[in-house]
Design a protein around this ligand. Sequence first.
Ligand code: FNR
Length: 361
Amino acid sequence: MASEPVNVNEFQELAKKALPKMYYDFYNGGAEDQYTLKQNIEAFRRITLRPRVLVDVSRIDMSTTLLGYKISAPILIAPTAMHQLAHPEGEKATARAAAACNTIMVLSFTSTCTIEEVASSCNAVRLFQLYVYKQRDVSAELVKRAERYGFKAIVLTVDTPKFGRREADVKNKMIAPIIKNLEGLLKIEVDSDDGSNLEAYANRTNDASLCWKDIEWLRSITSLPILVKGILTHEDARKAIEAGVNGIVVSNHGGRQLDYAPPTISVLEEVVHAVGGKVPVLVDGGVRRGTDVFKALALGAQAVLVGRPVLYGLAAMGESGVRTVIEMLKKELELTMALSGCPNLRDIKRSHVMTHHERLH
Ligand code: FNR
């Protein structure tokens, strides 16, 4: 590509060129048939817009408040593992980009920079994503460190009792994770002859017995707000509310865990209705355009998170690549709002979108 990238898909092409195959496949891939991975994007495409005209859109305000923090737009950085595979500055670069864009970064438990390094590299509002290990004291220690270093909430990922089967990683014999936060805390050697070392590592560490009552355990070790990430049904949304969580992320882990789980945008409304405004509902999976952000907001999300687009930006151009990706999505959202007759986020209503199902009736 001779010219500068103009959209997220072009960043993906640049990332593919920049990265060794093993790492690109790791970032890009999904579980098994990759049905859910593809449908996350396709389901957004099946939703069309119902624009309203002759509204004064000379000033567009995309700013919003989440968990009490004002951000420039409802587009957050999802937790994704091992940013140093994309760029030597890793999560520090991503966090600086989040600060420059005035948005929130969720730092992955599986990060290649430490909590302390990320905290001291910028003043972005940061949340910490948690995996609960069989050795719970290890997870508890990281929660305490995140709290001490100014992270504002814990995002408990609940869709990973076992690791999804990502066949590209199996074939590539993907490396075991480099989790800098665990240095001196936990040492696990894996040497899988016949598959993904990452999968072997995760299946040895992750606590598959984690269940709803453990939210209480988490609450007992931190005073931070707790969000659960990986809810896909109204049943679980209700359970999460009963468990007293402070927010819900509708997510299928970017199609990397249970294949044939529904595309997130298709179940967002069901979760939003069950939650009934009691806590914020966020969504991730397949957001590649400002129009996708608009669709998610129209269907009731407070904000979206983006995973792979950030990794593409980081791999292609480091911190400035991440910044450009977020700013592109913001510009696209701004234009969508203007062309749909919505000067403020609160003007974006359910009536601004039409789902595939509605078009058939
Ligand atoms: C992820 N995701 C993820 N989620 C999580 O809770 N902890 C993690 O460490 C990771 N790691 C991770 C690595 C990579 C390479 C990807 C692509 C994803 C899932 C992530 O938070 C998010 O749910 C999806 O990435 C959203 O889908 P999109 O935006 O990538 O389509």
